[in-house]
Design a protein around this ligand. Structure first.
Ligand SMILES: N[C@@H](CCC(=O)N[C@@H](CS)C(=O)NCC(=O)O)C(=O)O
Length: 222
């Protein structure tokens, strides 16, 4: 019997979008279980049993009806998908030096930008009458400028060379967030601007985007 892949996801979660885009690129059919972050589904005791970090995404892989693999971190999920379906749209280049470039860029977004702009962090600092928008914009901008600097050396059409890599899968939803918080300064980020144009040509980016999920509210659909 074939494997079943179930993703706990929220339409506006950039970490979930990474996995959705990668799965589309690899032709892996995902079933969805929706966790509404603004309704606090992630903090339920039941979901805490699935993912003790109380965050999305979580990927459950079942075989013959039995749970086989559970992965609760988006980058670990991307690495897993690459390992089981590496030949279909490889997201890591063959050359170890190029792989390191991809992972550097992935880490700028997943370690330096996303964690400090995440919902639970924002909720916590909001209690101090903080300017949350300014905070988000600051960390998104400084992280993306670092990405820009490296990608200006590494990029061809895409972040590293001319093929889609894990770096692009992680960057695309980060740019959606940056646009939302007015942190995508295209004049200072010409390489990223050029790369983002390429995403519009690849179906998987649209299919995985926050605007086209089954839990996306109608007002956000394109
Ligand atoms: N390092 C984790 C971060 C996951 C994460 O923080 N996800 C966000 C959505 S992008 C979330 O679930 N936030 C819920 C909250 O902050 O309450 C990963 O990459 O999977």
């Amino acid at each position: 019997m074939a494997k079943t892949f179930t993703l706990y996801s929220y339409y506006r979660s950039s970490c979930s979008a990474r996995v959705r885009i990668a799965a589309h690129l690899k032709g892996i059919d995902l079933k969805y279980s929706f966790i509404h972050l603004l309704k606090d589904d992630q903090n339920s005791e039941q979901y805490g049993q699935v993912n003790p970090s109380h965050s999305v995404p979580t990927l459950i892989v079942s075989e013959d009806g039995a749970e086989d693999v559970v992965i609760r971190q988006s980058i670990a999920i991307l690495e897993y998908l690459e390992e089981i379906a590496g030949e279909s749209n490889p997201l890591l280049p063959k050359d170890p030096g190029d792989r390191a470039k991809v992972r550097e860029l992935v880490n700028i977004v997943s370690c330096d930008i996303q964690p400090v702009t995440n919902l639970r962090v924002i909720r916590r600092i909001k209690t101090g009458g903080f300017d949350v928008g300014e905070w988000q914009k600051h960390f998104m901008t400084s992280g993306l400028l670092a990405y820009e600097k490296l990608a200006s050396k590494y990029s061809g059409k895409l972040s590293v060379g001319d093929s889609v890599t894990m770096a692009d899968v992680v960057l695309a939803p980060a740019i959606d967030n940056a646009i939302r918080f007015d942190a995508f300064d295209q004049d200072r980020m010409p390489t990223i601007k050029k790369i983002v144009v390429e995403y519009n040509k690849v179906d998987a980016f649209k299919a995985g985007s926050w605007r086209s999920q089954a839990d996306t509210p109608d007002e956000f659909r394109t």
